[in-house]
Design a protein around this ligand. Sequence first.
Ligand SMILES: Cc1cc2nc3c(=O)[nH]c(=O)nc-3n(C[C@H](O)[C@H](O)[C@H](O)COP(=O)(O)OP(=O)(O)OC[C@H]3O[C@@H](n4cnc5c(N)ncnc54)[C@H](O)[C@@H]3O)c2cc1C
Length: 385
Amino acid sequence: MYEWIIIGGGIHGCTIAAHLLKTKKTSIDRVGIIDPNSSPLYEWKSRTNFIGMPYLRSPAVHHLDLNPFSLKAFGKGKGDKRVFFGPYKRPSLNLFNEHSNSIFREIELQKAWIQDIVSGVEKHKGIWAVKTENGKRFVCRNLVVATGANQKFSYPEWGRELAQQYPERAGHIFEKEKPVMKPPFLVVGGGISAAHLVIKLSKEYPGEVIQIARHQNRIHHFDSDPGWLGPKYMSSFEKINAYEQRREIITKVRNKGSVPHELANRISRLQKEGQCSFYQDEVESWEGNSSAIELTLKHTRQKTKAKTVLFATGFSSTIMEVEWLQSLIYHQKLSCAQCGFPIVNQDLSWCPHLFVAGPLAELEMGPTARNISGARKAAERIAGF
Ligand SMILES: Cc1cc2nc3c(=O)[nH]c(=O)nc-3n(C[C@H](O)[C@H](O)[C@H](O)COP(=O)(O)OP(=O)(O)OC[C@H]3O[C@@H](n4cnc5c(N)ncnc54)[C@H](O)[C@@H]3O)c2cc1C
């Protein structure tokens, strides 16, 4: 029997594992991490790699290790000034990934890795039984659900239909199965992932990238005000008993679809040089054939053609629509708010010995729950329970 099983080996699951192990709350032979991928942070690495993100948006103190200055020290050891960017010392993606890998080597994380997909969770006499798609059954005392956004991606209505009909021509940038990458490209979305992707594609295919978004670039350093990282805003958030109100606040204060200043500048430079173009508009209709998609824009009535349509339109709010999770909620009578998300205790326990992290901990942790800072805080709370 495992002492801890963590479902999901992304940033959240691995940060929690690192904290449990480094605080000597448990040992590696008593931990299991179940994830469909072959290695830790697989989704993180493939998503950030696909959009060509050179630097993280978050500062250097946000990483997977215990000591907040661990990544800075690791970067200094490289003797290369380019590993951090700007006044907030945002780490390069390479540095961040290398640092994470070094932690995994240190705690021998791979020993806990179980490559599989959880398909059911039950409780018998105080012990959790976790069933997987490969027909295995693992038992544990403590269970952590750190499955991120559960592969639920957001599409505009017309986009989902297009991607279903022409999967080789159109798709969400975070889906495992991507369309065939052929210019000209149409990137749909106005947030940071769209911005990175437009910059990357404009370098590779100058003049063959069109971006469509409902708004001009909204400029914010971070995806929520840093006041949400501490008591400045969190102490009043924690006093709110109505979870609908907590949800409203989270939605309102997240700088959704925003980009930091330097990315907005780079994009406007690329536009001036004719390497990419931008339409503030929406798609009204589309027509497809085996070689291209023709789209008609709603406001200008302009027509535009693309061989590849990429949706950089973020994650959907249907994260809780997962069969095994719904069955767990039903059988263990777990509390959920109107929005369907878990109502958990301060230590992120949903019921005794069952913990959540990431989006599932949002109503307790506030707007930073999904981020790396949220992973650190979740790990501190769970390891300290
Ligand atoms: C492009 C991009 C850039 C970002 N940049 C930053 C940044 O700079 N700073 C910051 O703070 N945040 C950033 N974020 C936000 C956030 O930190 C990341 O999304 C992070 O990867 C979330 O980690 P996670 O562990 O919650 O989810 P994931 O990385 O999605 O990991 C969840 C894991 O759970 C697995 N899983 C799901 N269901 C099951 C199941 N049934 N059984 C077993 N395993 C399962 C998945 O396969 C996955 O491997 C960024 C997000 C994106 C998309």
